[in-house]
Ligand binder design. Sequence first.
Ligand SMILES: C[S@@+](CC[C@H](N)C(=O)[O-])C[C@H]1O[C@@H](n2cnc3c(N)ncnc32)[C@H](O)[C@@H]1O
Length: 271
Amino acid sequence: MIDPDSFRQFEHSGWQKIPRQYHQAFGELTTQSIEPLLDAAAVKTGTKLVDIATGPGYVAAVAARRGARVIGVDFSATMIAEARSRNPDIEFRDGDAEQLPLGNDLFDSAVVNFGILHLGRPDQALAEACRVLRPDGRFGFTVWAKPEEAIGFGIVLSAIAKHGNQNVPLPEGPPFFRFSEPDECIRSLLTAGFQSPKVVKVAQVWQLPSVDSLFEVMKDSTVRTAGLLRAQKPEVLEQIRLAIRDESKQYQKADAIELPMPAVLASGTKP
Ligand SMILES: C[S@@+](CC[C@H](N)C(=O)[O-])C[C@H]1O[C@@H](n2cnc3c(N)ncnc32)[C@H](O)[C@@H]1O
């Protein structure tokens, strides 16, 4: 059974430890969907924007370059420190996506780039995003496409399914790929109070330096997948590592591994 508070605690302690590793592993990847996300949320010069689960502040930085007036919010103090050091001119606040430290009807736009899938209470976070938007305000979020399409996850999860134990003692969270289903995004956006929901796919490619990189970044630079990997017995983990290495070989291009990692981008408008 899902205990959202234990899951939140697990996610929080995980993110607190890895701001730098996350940046090194995912910085070139999650930034690929920023422009379509900001377009979906109608962000332009003068837009008042909140970037929820901002992490190192990537979306906030691009929005500021568009001329938006942006605040980034994250529940991890170390992520906020990373965001502030990268973007000294942008305001960042400690805060929970499920209970935003922000008043009602304040923003023209709100976005969450690859954050919703890390929450114990994602529906509450969608409702919170709606609450802080003014009427006609725009909201957008991204998540990973299903593992059959987001190949990095597909390779790792198949290797764990084949060689590992999936019933390890970790706090259970909502399904990682729940919002990879367009119908689920639409249903959830409508339930949270948005109208005119739309869902599109965004192509992204993850370039990794070697056939060993995928295993390493998933083990050292994520939270839930890393927890699953680290909970395996050493000999099982070695089998998983080798299986990931083998599968990665087919994505070798010249000097790099190139993995398709598309995103699902969902958006809606506050009535
Ligand atoms: C995958 S990272 C995404 C970071 C960034 N938005 C990007 O585009 O790469 C997920 C972020 O969500 C934050 N996060 C997870 N749960 C949260 C919560 N309940 N409230 C606020 N932030 C949360 C984590 O600290 C982490 O920075």
